[in-house]
Design a protein. Structure first.
Length: 132
């Protein structure tokens, strides 16, 4: 398993004790996947993730999987990546791509041949209209 809870203070201040550690694997993707979250067409969401890639030799990727009413995967949206050597909060806006979509989930992953570790914390997914 290439994902584990980390208690070495690599999370976001002021509650930095806990984070998730994702360790790159030469032969396969290393993946953190969120639970499915209800989404609505026409609603704009912001996704933010605190990430520490100082110990990663490669990139950390962010992707949204989209699911229909039956829970079947329909499509996905690549949100971007963070390069190695960064400590920052990754922000991206996301809008569901179809009225057939009912749920979405966030994937955070490394590609094969990525070595080292990254730490993620404070994953947030919120409706932008509530804050505009």
């Amino acid at each position: 398993d290439f994902v584990e809870q980390n208690t070495e203070g690599m999370g976001k201040y002021p509650e930095s004790t806990y984070s998730l550690k994702i360790t790159g694997n030469f032969d396969q993707h290393s993946l953190i996947k969120s639970k499915k979250i209800p989404v609505t067409l026409g609603t704009n969401y912001t996704i933010s993730v605190f990430a520490n890639t100082l110990d990663l030799n490669g990139t950390l990727h962010f992707y949204v999987d989209e699911f229909d009413e039956q829970g079947e995967w329909t499509t996905g949206v690549w949100l971007g990546e963070l390069e190695t050597g960064k400590i920052e909060t990754f922000f991206r806006d996301y809008t569901p791509s179809s009225s057939l979509l009912k749920n979405a989930s966030l994937s955070i992953y490394t590609n094969p041949e990525t070595l080292g570790s990254a730490y993620v914390d404070r994953v947030q997914w919120f409706d932008k209209t509530l804050y505009e």
